[in-house]
Design a protein around this ligand. Structure first.
Ligand code: ZN
Ligand code: ZN
Length: 329
């Protein structure tokens, strides 16, 4: 089979690998769509060569179910990237991300994958593979899980800091849920995408003072909720400055160390601060239902490439020219 290989320093090759073979309890899936994720860019720009690639948002068709009792050949499936053990108390609740024995989903930018059958989700015939990759992956999963934990109601002002794919997913979902979304970025094309996905207002942080702008847009109250999706300390600092009294900050961006004055930033204004990683396996049917009710997930996808053009796809993605990009083996 063909699969993508990360060579380091922004170099990507597509090369021949032996076909994977399913172990007991696994199925072999022919990948039809594999989404690029911002989290892959660290490895993409990194010095070292990888054995294959960090792709982890795939959807496809089961082509060998001989070692599984859950699926049949021909079933369309999405693949959850966090492979829980399937036996512990967390996995029994459909929360693979909390499993202490979890594994990852290696190398989804490939023609074939052998995967544990319990990490597959059913992809109905009316859901295209590229949308399925966003539903099973983090393109919609991260914004959805975040939204489940926000106490906001329709009409609240929600600021989204950073309009990369995860930020844009939050813009789409929060707008769909009735929030008044204010999207922040410094790239005009991304701000335009945020508008197209439903943002009520956008602020170019390179051209305007975001605190003044958000104060203006909210009659001085600032935001009921802020979603930090840059993963940069200055994005986190901005979140602290933009959240209103008794508001909530959700962290999607994986910041390392940040400055936080607990008294001033949190306690004296009753601020809630939480982190939110990936989504819970059990949340997949809820996301599917949202798509059925008209959530236009496909608007998050701005580019498709054949697997053989992976190098171009990653170059465009790293340059910030695309929202969600899909490889189609
Ligand atoms: Zn991801
Ligand atoms: Zn487990």
């Amino acid at each position: 089979m063909l699969a993508v290989k990360f060579l380091g320093r922004g170099a990507v090759a597509v090369q021949e690998y032996p076909d994977p073979r399913p172990d007991e309890g696994q199925v072999l899936v022919r990948i039809r769509a594999s989404a690029l994720c911002g989290s892959e860019l660290h490895a993409y720009h990194g010095e070292s060569e990888l054995a294959s690639n960090p792709g982890h948002e795939p959807a496809g068709v089961v082509v060998d179910a001989s070692r599984s009792r859950r699926w049949r050949e021909g079933d369309r499936v999405g693949i959850h990237a966090v492979w829980g053990c399937g036996h512990c108390q967390w996995c029994a609740q459909g929360i693979y991300t909390f499993c202490d024995a979890k594994g990852g989903c290696p190398g989804a930018h490939a023609e074939l994958m052998a995967v544990p059958d319990h990490v597959c989700v059913p992809l109905p015939d009316d859901i295209p593979f590229d949308v399925g990759a966003l539903l099973a992956g983090d393109g919609l999963g991260v914004p959805y899980h975040t939204s489940r934990r926000l106490p906001t109601r329709g009409g609240d002002s929600v600021v989204v800091i950073g309009c990369g794919p995860i930020g844009l997913g939050n813009v789409l979902l929060q707008s769909f849920f009735g929030a008044r979304v204010i999207a922040l970025d410094r790239v005009p094309a991304r701000l335009q995408m945020a508008r197209d996905l439903g943002a009520a207002a956008v602020v170019d942080v390179g051209a305007a003072d975001p605190v003044l702008a958000v104060r203006d847009l909210t009659d001085g109250r600032l935001a009921e909720a802020v979603i930090e999706a840059t993963g940069r300390p200055e994005g986190f600092a901005l979140a602290l400055a933009l959240v209103g009294k008794a508001g909530t900050i959700a962290c999607n961006g994986e910041n390392a160390e940040v400055t936080l004055h607990v008294g001033e930033h949190l306690i004296r204004r009753d601020i809630t601060l939480f982190g939110s990683w990936f989504y819970h396996f059990r949340e997949y049917p809820e996301m599917l239902e949202l798509v059925r009710r008209g959530l236009p997930v496909q608007k998050l996808i701005t580019a498709h490439y054949p697997l053989t053009q992976a190098s171009q796809a990653f170059a465009d993605f790293a340059a910030g020219n695309t929202a969600k990009a899909i490889l189609e083996p």
